[in-house]
Design a binder for this molecule. Structure first.
Ligand code: PHB
Length: 415
């Protein structure tokens, strides 16, 4: 069964950045589920080939992005629930740390504690790009493999040779959407993205692919990354009367806020179509979006409605470890696949982890993910996968992103 050691830290602003060693000493640890014989409460022993293999999971568990962290953690736990928490004879111990949101200094300080004090074998997690970028140099310095389970700005994997990504990139999903839109007769698009690196990536790639296919981006706007008030932007879009709007905002409540405001201001009545990355209609939020989401076309790597035996089993395991109240979204699948990839690497190395050998073992790995088959490009350490075109539809048990077209073998076009 699962033994996840949860070590919660409250990284206050007072944490001295120079004294990062302290970070690992200030938190409290508890063993939340200790059904495994090998799991014990109390301080973690120093890393040894006989002790547990330690994975430091960095994600937001408080603040506006807490939902994404919980999804990711649920995905990791779902994998361990299905496969058990011993790999190559060694127990897996997951140390969970709350980055609190987009907080690069906090993420760096927590990662430092995990590396120096806890001697983790793997760093993992990373919902948000700024945190992944901040931690990448530490992974290089410590030669600790860093498994990105979401953060989706193209450049991230170039920031450390010890970094591997199992999730997706914004250009990887924006390019197929632009191609699909142009093929389906859309000519003029207004883009709206979150004003930080993934948004810039999405905006640039959509424009590049769409205009190369004969379309025109009529205008572009960027909204604050946290708590944007969409009303003034939506009014501008309404006045510009484009055929469609392309949108990227990070997973969470922002997609709902945008789509509701879009509908309230009558842009749907005006005939303006919504094209979005799947972040906007992500599965956890989708049931709360109501009819404002109906008909929205998105591209992404995972839908809870994806039909496969792997996805059915994943959803069952996810329900078991999260109490059955949440629908898993792509963050959960990132956590699940990241844990699966780590387990495969541990097996390949026979249970003795060395950073350099581990990163070599990730290269070229293929996994049967709940989203379909994925592989890690040995050149870029980035994920290659099918990107699905989906439409929000009402089903008996709620709204779903229903896949109706696909672009296979998509690499990150940013590289
Ligand atoms: C990111 O910060 O890279 C990020 C966060 C949330 C998303 C996508 C990308 O939905």
């Amino acid at each position: 069964m699962i033994a996840i050691k949860l070590c919660w830290h409250s990284p206050g602003a007072w944490l001295p950045l120079a004294g990062l060693l302290l970070a690992g000493l200030l938190g409290a640890c508890e063993s939340r589920q200790t059904k495994s014989a090998g799991a014990a409460a109390g301080p973690a022993p120093a890393a040894a080939a006989t002790g547990p293999i330690k994975i430091g999971l960095l994600a937001p568990f408080s603040g506006l992005f807490a939902g994404s962290g919980k999804q990711m953690e649920g995905g990791v736990k779902a994998y361990l629930e299905q496969h058990g928490n011993r790999v190559a004879g060694r127990e897996i111990e997951v140390l969970v740390k709350d980055t609190t949101g987009p907080a690069p200094d906090v993420a760096k300080s927590l990662a430092q504690g995990l590396i120096v004090r806890d001697k983790v074998d793997f760093l993992a997690g990373f919902v948000l790009t700024p945190n992944a970028l901040a931690v990448a140099p530490l992974a290089t310095e410590a030669k600790t493999p860093m498994v990105v389970m979401n953060a989706a700005t193209s450049i991230i994997t170039t920031r450390s040779p010890f970094l591997v990504r199992v999730s997706f990139t914004l250009p990887q999903v924006a390019a197929p959407l632009a191609t699909w839109a142009a093929k389906n007769g859309v000519k003029g698009v207004y883009t709206l993205v979150s004003d930080y690196a993934p948004g810039a990536d999405a905006e640039a790639q959509f424009k590049k692919t769409f205009e190369a296919a004969g379309g025109k981006v009529v205008d572009s706007v960027r909204v604050p990354m946290q708590n944007p008030d969409f009303a003034p932007y939506i009014q501008r879009i309404k006045d510009a009367k484009p055929e469609a709007v392309f949108i990227f905002v990070p997973a969470g409540a922002q997609g709902t806020a945008f789509l509701k405001a879009f509908q309230q201001r009558g842009l749907d009545q005006q005939g303006i179509r919504v094209l979005a990355t799947g972040d906007v209609t992500e599965d956890q939020e989708l049931p709360a979006m109501g009819e404002a989401a109906l008909g929205v076309v998105t591209t992404h790597h995972y839908s809870a409605a994806h039909e496969s035996a792997e996805n059915a089993a994943f959803k069952q395991a996810f329900a078991k470890v999260t109490g059955g109240t949440l629908r898993p979204n792509f963050m959960a699948v990132g956590g699940y696949d990241g844990m699966a990839a780590i387990a495969r690497v541990i097996e390949k190395l026979g249970g003795t982890i060395d950073g350099e050998r581990a990163i070599e073992a990730f290269k070229g790995l293929t996994l049967q993910s709940p989203r379909g088959s994925i592989r890690i490009d040995p050149e870029t350490r980035d994920v290659v996968q099918t990107v699905y075109v989906r439409r929000v539809e009402q089903r008996a048990d709620g709204l779903y992103n229903v896949e109706f077209d696909r672009f296979d073998e998509q690499k990150d076009p940013g590289k």
